[in-house]
Design a protein around this ligand. Sequence first.
Ligand code: HEC
Length: 146
Amino acid sequence: MKRTLLLFIICSAPRATAQTPARATTGGVYSAPQAERGRVAYAGFCRSCHSPASHSGTTFEKIWKGKTLGDLFGYLTAQMPKNDPGSLNPDQYADVMAYLLKMNALPAGKIELPADSAQLASIRIELPAKKNTAPRAHPTTRKKGA
Ligand code: HEC
């Protein structure tokens, strides 16, 4: 068991820099198609109680910043949907998480988020540096009372 783990570490982290949990959500940890699948799943399973606004901006930042995607994955799989926890399959949870990252303006990359708590635990939740905190006034898309 120990030997397998050591082998794994040697194989997967040949460079010294790879030893720290260097990955963060700002580094393109999900793929665009995955977030799109997540959007569809979210519409079906989450939207009845949540709006994207409840998972982005300061709300999301306050709860999740500095935690890991493993924490978020654990929370979602254990607690959500509130009325039927654990009812999605692990891949769907990973997809929904990708969508949550997208909502938070985090960049997509080439790889998908794995539906694996251990791997997800090595990805820290960081948010994009704020360019301008004023509400983005998109004259064409601004909705009244939304
Ligand atoms: C039946 C209503 C309901 C559904 C459906 C639901 N949630 Fe929730 N969710 C809640 C409530 C209520 C809370 C507040 C915490 C609590 O009461 O446990 C919450 C809290 C959360 C939180 C933590 C607070 C935050 O904004 O970070 C996340 C993340 C979340 N839900 C994600 C989801 C996702 C993803 C889905 C779909 C897979 C989902 N929820 C489906 C009711 C729901």
